[in-house]
Write a protein that binds this ligand. Sequence first.
Ligand SMILES: Nc1nc2c(c(=O)[nH]1)N[C@H]1C(S)=C(S)[C@@H](COP(=O)(O)O)O[C@H]1N2
Ligand SMILES: [Mo]
Length: 200
Amino acid sequence: MSDTTRGFIGRRRDQVRPLPPGQHLTDGFPVLSTGPTPRVAKDRWELIIRTGPETSVRWSWQEFMSLPISTVVTDIHCVTSWSKLETRWRGVSLDVLLEGLPITGQYVMAHSYGGYSTNHDLDDLRGDKAWIVFEYNGAPLTPEHGGPARLLVPHLYFWKSAKWIHELVTQERNTPGLWERNGYHLRGDPWREERYSRWS
Ligand SMILES: Nc1nc2c(c(=O)[nH]1)N[C@H]1C(S)=C(S)[C@@H](COP(=O)(O)O)O[C@H]1N2
Ligand SMILES: [Mo]
């Protein structure tokens, strides 16, 4: 990896920090969706977490909104090479959602309204690293960007942050999701440039 592939970023001179390799900055907020935007009304919205054959928890919108809420300010990195700095979100930490659940399996498949899916290792979702967010930049998350709520896993490429999140299901094996089946990396760490699988 050569230095010329790295951008150096920062709004203030004392905050200069590197971008992941091969990334460049965007000021806009591109919308990337594989299909039409599902419109999910909040009174029909439900979040389900299945952590074993007989263990599942569900939250209605109202129940979800009564959970402890975190503010997250973070950079995001899309595999198509744009990065965006200091995006501001509000949502519920996966640590809160998973707390106390008996869990079978080390991996998780995230399923969205509309059919999208992406796989995760539980270690990437726990430890103050992942949230289900419903607010972006002080306003409710728009449908185009995943509203009512989306997964936010900013330390991985942004395709891992499933929009219109509906269900998280733990699994014993790291089964690939939609993009991962089509050649994207199983984990997608931007700092290691894990864009594609070696065998694709
Ligand atoms: N449900 C769903 N989630 C998704 C996608 C999608 O097509 N459907 N695209 C992914 C990709 S490739 C990216 S880069 C980000 C884009 O999020 P944005 O449209 O809010 O920028 O969402 C990710 N989550
Ligand atoms: Mo993406």
